[in-house]
Design a protein around this ligand. Structure first.
Ligand code: SIN
Length: 505
């Protein structure tokens, strides 16, 4: 049999890639075993730099997922009885292995997500920190002893793991979004079924391999892989299965709403980290160099494909020209797009065709309706099929689609404002509220604005606010619950009230 030139090229790439990567797996992980789909179907994982094939993984359907649910349910019977110290030790071993294998994890991440190696290394460090954090937090999940209203009673609040849980994670942070959820679930004593995005399953399976090496018992972490076609049925199954007691999902608000509805039949606990539309306000007193630095981090992290990315810039009239000029200059100085595994590259491509088509459409629509383009505004096809130039637009108005959308790409839209109340009204006028940013040197204004901004997270004079210590999550349609911080375990715990009566003193 003859292989076409294209397939032969991909196969060679796959071999070169895999030769250097001991953590690359081509099977899912259920009940402590590396597993193919029951029907043996697979799908390819592509490198967004050139759409070449870098691996293939099982294309699982509901039959496979039922096995994973059974495995997590069975494992919960014993894992829920482990001590916090035992869970802490397991998480610590997993963390140590992640640290040891950071470079390989970063390489896998860059290959399947496209972000630059520098960004992947930062994500691995960030993702690892959640496992370290929850290895510590697990030992502080304490109940309470209450003041009893009657002398012969003792009242207590116990905290118990909620049960087996399903964790559904996105492609934009394939490592950190898993560790932020799994770390908390394991700390609470839950077992998990983990479904990574179809675009980035290899990072997830590398984490499964390290969990196996760390000594997690079979069934405690089950990783299922599936292509987009099967995802809706699998999501529904996870929501409607009575053994799965909680769903934690990071992704779009549209999908979050579907999962919310589907979970009603089983009254499942939901933790939803959904879309944002972050305002980034530069007030009159702002330090403009600081604001430009923050804008660069905040807007272009992961080539703009971040749910806490600045989506709407508002700059005070008196500082507008200065900010715009410095921002555009900084973009041309600091951003070097290309294949993320090359050393000098800062930013990679977008993840897939639908993403770049959407960005291109939004920019063309805005320009056709009168927006002013200051840089970018085009695909960079000579770099690869999914590269889009960092773009700055002004004079954007409500008639343009981009005004109303979470952009999720390297496009900054900058508006002018004059009045604090007006800009806050505008910032709060959307139905989501994940993150918000502002720059001001006026202390009263900092407290006033932070108080009034309708978001779950605020960066005041700071453009990059994520860390394991932070309570990550949004208000309004940006979701429910908090991840990271001491609150991250709450969604995986049941509170049980215990009243011991008739005590004879
Ligand atoms: C996200 O974009 O979903 C997460 C970003 C972060 O954790 O900072």
């Amino acid at each position: 049999m003859f292989l076409s030139k294209k397939i032969l090229k991909s196969t060679l790439k796959l071999n070169n890639f895999q030769r250097n990567m001991s953590l690359i797996k081509n099977k899912a992980y259920i009940n402590g075993k590396w597993t193919s789909a029951l029907n043996n179907e697979t799908f390819n994982v592509l490198n967004p730099v050139d759409k070449s094939i870098i691996g293939s993984v099982p294309d699982m359907n509901c039959d496979d997922v039922n096995l994973a649910i059974n495995s997590a349910t069975e494992a919960f019977k014993t894992f829920s009885k482990t001590t916090a110290k035992e869970r802490s030790d397991l998480l610590r071993s997993w963390y140590n292995l992640m640290v040891k294998n950071s470079e390989e994890l970063a390489n896998i991440l860059t290959q399947e997500n496209g972000k630059s190696l520098a960004e992947s290394r930062a994500e691995i460090k960030y993702g690892n920190s959640f496992v370290e954090w929850f290895s510590e937090e697990t030992r502080r999940i304490n109940g309470e002893i209450l003041q009893e209203p009657m002398r012969n009673r003792k009242l207590m609040i116990l905290k118990q793991p909620i049960g087996p849980v399903a964790l559904i994670t996105p492609w934009n942070f394939p490592h950190a979004m898993i560790t932020r959820k799994v770390g908390a679930a394991i700390a609470a004593g839950c077992t998990c079924v983990i479904k990574p995005s179809e675009d980035t399953p290899l990072t997830a399976l590398a984490l499964a391999k390290l969990a196996e090496d760390a000594g997690f018992p079979p069934g405690v972490m089950n990783f299922i892989t599936t292509n987009l076609n099967n995802s809706p049925q699998i999501g529904k199954l996870l929501c409607e299965d009575k053994n799965i007691r909680a769903i934690s999902f990071t992704g779009s608000t549209a999908v979050g709403k579907i999962l919310y509805q589907q979970s009603a039949s089983t009254m499942k606990r939901l933790s939803l980290e959904l879309g944002g539309n972050a305002p980034f306000i530069v007030f009159e007193s702002a330090n403009i160099d600081l604001a430009v630095g923050g804008a660069m981090q905040c807007k272009f992290r992961n080539t703009g494909q971040t749910c806490v990315s600045a989506n709407r810039f508002f700059v005070h009239n008196s500082r507008f020209d200065e900010f715009l000029q410095k921002f555009v200059d900084k973009i041309s100085q600091d951003i070097k797009m290309g294949d993320g595994k090359k050393n000098n590259i800062t930013h990679g491509p977008l993840i897939k065709q639908s993403q770049i088509d959407m960005i291109d459409h939004l920019v063309i629509d805005a320009i056709n309706k009168g927006a002013k383009l200051h840089c970018g505004g085009k695909k960079l096809s000579d770099l690869g099929p999914l590269f889009y130039a960092p773009t700055v637009l002004t004079e954007v108005n409500r008639d343009m689609e981009i005004y109303h959308r979470e952009i999720f790409g390297p496009v900054a839209v900058i508006h002018k404002f004059n009045d604090e109340n007006d800009v806050l009204n505008e910032a709060n006028s959307v139905n989501v509220g994940l993150a918000g940013y502002f720059y001001s040197e006026d202390l009263s204004q900092i407290f006033r604005v932070a108080n009034k901004m309708e978001v779950g997270m605020i960066g005041a004079n700071e453009g990059l606010i994520s860390c394991a210590e932070a309570a990550f999550g949004g208000v309004k349609e940006s979701g429910i619950g908090r991840e990271g911080s001491k609150h991250g375990v709450d969604d995986f715990l049941d509170i049980k009230y215990l009243c011991i009566g008739n005590i004879k003193y």
